[in-house]
Design a protein. Structure first.
Length: 221
């Protein structure tokens, strides 16, 4: 019998590409005898795309992006919305560069609560953020989501300010040492894959771990 394999998966709630990939990645645990180790990787978007802030009408009120960066950002959102429509998902462009670290620490806390709580938290944060219905920079909002998915919040405040922040930074350092620079990223047998377009390559690599009855697969975490 082939031993189950752990696949680290790096994700960030402020990435529309990570949102689009989420459900497709879940499918790996349905099809193969693998464990997905979801890990937060908070993107430093200003370092490569600059920053901008829009008002309620979508008008730019602050920006330090050059023309190339604006073309890239506009294309990225157009492409993501095109893919989202095919699957009935909603992606509304953000009005600023968000700090997703609080939501990422919430992910770490939800993982400690169990698979169901993690999956529910992961889904809700992604879906509501991209509908502009969730402030991922507000600790009260993140705590409320944890309550909604029936996660025990005892000690979460302390975790958010202390151990959770340290763990998040440690994960980032480890990820970057392994070559991670974007999301979603996967590490399979020491090999780095970036982007959902490489899921076919990952399936090929883990083919010996295919489940005989995918319908009986356990929920992912």
């Amino acid at each position: 019998m082939v031993k189950a394999k752990t696949i680290p998966v790096y994700s960030d709630y402020k990435s529309p590409y990570a949102f689009l990939a989420k459900d497709l990645i879940y499918g790996l645990e349905d099809q193969f005898d693998v464990h997905l180790e979801w890990l937060p990787y908070t993107l430093d978007i200003p370092s490569y795309l600059g920053t901008a802030r829009l008002d309620e009408r979508g008008e730019v009120i602050e920006s330090n992006r050059n023309a190339h960066q604006w073309r890239r950002v506009r294309y990225s959102y157009m492409d993501c919305r095109r893919q989202a429509r095919k699957r009935g998902l909603v992606i509304l462009g953000t009005r600023k560069i968000w700090d997703s670290s609080l939501a990422a620490i919430g992910m770490l806390w939800a993982k400690r609560q169990g698979k169901r709580q993690f999956r529910a938290y992961h889904d809700l944060v992604f879906e509501r953020f991209w509908r502009r219905e969730l402030d991922i920079e507000d600790p009260e909002v993140i705590a409320a989501v944890l309550s909604e998915v029936h996660a025990d919040r005892t000690g979460f405040r302390g975790f958010l300010a202390g151990a959770g922040r340290i763990e998040l930074d440690t994960i980032r350092e480890s990820a970057e040492a392994a070559g991670v620079f974007g999301v979603p990223s996967f590490i399979v047998e020491g090999e780095l894959f970036w982007g959902r377009e490489h899921l076919a390559d990952i399936r090929e690599k883990i083919a010996p771990l295919a489940r005989s009855n995918p319908a009986q697969a356990a929920p992912s975490c």
